[in-house]
Write a protein that binds this ligand. Structure first.
Ligand SMILES: *Cc1c(COP(=O)(O)O)cnc(C)c1O
Length: 347
């Protein structure tokens, strides 16, 4: 772990993030002790898990003399928000390549993260699935021709330097638990590209903590995700100079709570968002943390945990993505059918 401290890193997050008890939520569910690790409070552009990854990624960009960050994802991407905010804080420009265009969705309609991208003056380009590679290449080339030093960040920042952010988060969590005198049995979080999970699994294993890391996949495809987390853990261990390897049997991912697809709001996700807000004044979103909370609720209801277990729910952020879901969430809260479940900007 000595190597971790020696890696280039730029400070972007307010750390440590709080580790809070959630007694009302635990009581409402008749569940184990629940603690919430508030990575929604990292402080960069409404917070979230990407801040920790960007501390390591942006340090590498700075070392290479970058002045423009090029990255992308979907229209309502939290990653794009965090990456653009990090770029701005470090005095860089940012080009975001978004997947689209989507029939029936007006990209000029600014809401949620898309509004934040616009406000930060990120240059937004739209590419279809088929053209995305070419648009990236052309963008990089065009920026170089214009005299810039563009730096490409892969979507979600799930490369070994980004993973270091969550190895570090695991160390931070452990020292908080020791200070509070609690022993953590489980750590549950939302998993998309798997970089967050890879860091947590690597940290937990390297320190022999006994903490069982549970990933709630935000889209179906447990087997594919398991493979990519294993790969990322092992690559990241090598990056850190650790003689450590994990196998697929050490990765626990549930994809039952994702529903039919990424970003699709289900009754379970809506219930999770509502319950966290009502019991703890804690705001989740229907894409990521609503899915991981639905998983926590589901696992408690099926008797997965023992009464005296301690479970940490990692709040990975995403609060700006809550508001574009106002129509289905309002309907759910009023007991009416949701007007749509698949978001109009997702295609
Ligand atoms: C990106 C994101 C995740 C998933 O992180 P990965 O490292 O991609 O698995 C979870 N929660 C929120 C809010 C996110 O924005």
């Amino acid at each position: 772990m000595m190597k971790l401290c020696a890696l280039p890193r730029v400070r972007l997050a307010n750390l440590p993030t709080p580790l809070q008890e959630a007694p009302n939520l635990s009581k409402a569910l008749g569940g184990p002790r629940i603690l919430v690790k508030r990575d929604d409070l990292t402080g960069l552009a409404f917070g979230g898990n990407k801040t920790r990854k960007l501390e390591f990624l942006m340090a590498n960009a700075l070392r290479e003399g970058a002045d423009v960050i090029v990255t992308g994802a979907g229209f309502q991407s939290n990653w794009c928000t965090q990456a653009a905010a990090a770029a701005r804080r470090l005095g860089m420009r940012c080009v975001l390549i978004k997947r689209g265009p989507v029939d029936g969705y007006d990209p000029e309609e600014y809401d949620g993260n898309h509004l934040l991208h616009f406000l930060m003056g990120a240059e937004i380009r739209v590419a279809t699935r088929g053209s995305i590679r070419r648009v990236y290449e052309e963008t990089m080339e065009e920026l170089r021709e214009r005299g810039y030093h563009p730096y490409l960040l892969s979507a979600a920042g799930s490369t070994p330097p980004g993973v270091m952010g969550y190895v570090n988060a695991l160390l931070e969590l452990l020292s908080q638990a020791v200070e509070m005198g609690v022993k953590i049995d489980y750590l549950i979080h939302a998993s998309g590209s798997g970089g967050t999970m890879a860091g947590l699994v690597l940290g937990a294993k390297a320190l022999n903590t006994g903490i069982k890391v549970i990933g709630a996949a935000v889209s179906p495809g447990r087997e594919r995700m398991t493979k990519s987390v294993v790969e990322l853990v092992n690559e990241s261990a090598e990056y850190l100079g650790l003689d450590l390897k994990v196998g697929e049997d050490e990765i626990t991912i549930y994809d039952e709570y994702a529903g039919p697809g990424y970003g699709v709001i289900t009754d379970e996700k809506a219930e999770a968002v509502k319950l966290a807000a009502e019991t703890e004044g804690l705001f989740l979103d229907p894409v990521y943390t609503g899915t991981s909370m639905a998983a926590l609720i589901g696992l408690i209801r099926e008797g997965f945990f023992k009464k005296d277990d301690t479970v940490v729910f990692l709040h990975t952020g995403g609060s700006a993505a809550l508001f574009p879901y106002k129509a289905p969430l309002k309907a759910y809260g009023l007991g009416r059918p949701m007007p749509w479940r698949k978001p109009p900007w997702s295609g």
